[in-house]
Design a protein. Structure first.
Length: 125
């Protein structure tokens, strides 16, 4: 026989082995369920934390990739703009040389006639 004290009324009870085993099983089952529930909650919190960490890492990696792509786009746009400027300068230089060459040939062909007019033009420049 076992003696059990009630936690509510502090009264002592005597229980045989079968009753004691039933009470002990209930206490153990209750404790087991409580511990199991606590562990499941802890595992769920850990899982949520791991998911949040993985999402943060993925967002960081995507942000880094986007920044690299933006830098690459800007570099390519700068190269394109530089190429456009170089093309315009080359076109302008070529046009200037063609114009000056044509004017020079024209001037040489009409030099005897245009000398006074050419000197007047050169003074106004």
């Amino acid at each position: 026989m076992h003696e059990i004290i009630c936690p509510h009324c502090n009264k002592a009870f005597k229980i045989d082995e079968a009753g004691y085993a039933d009470i002990l099983k209930q206490v153990r089952d209750g404790d087991f369920d409580k511990q199991l529930h606590e562990r499941l909650e802890l595992a769920e919190r850990e899982k949520q934390g791991a998911i949040a960490l993985a999402e943060a890492k993925l967002a960081n990696a995507l942000q880094g990739a986007a920044a690299r792509k933006d830098a690459e786009i800007q570099a390519l746009q700068a190269q394109l703009a530089a190429g456009e400027v170089a093309r315009k300068l080359t076109t302008h230089a070529l046009a200037s040389s063609l114009i000056s060459g044509a004017c020079g040939r024209w001037y040489l062909s009409f030099r005897p006639i245009c000398t006074p007019a050419a000197s007047a033009l050169s003074m106004h420049r």
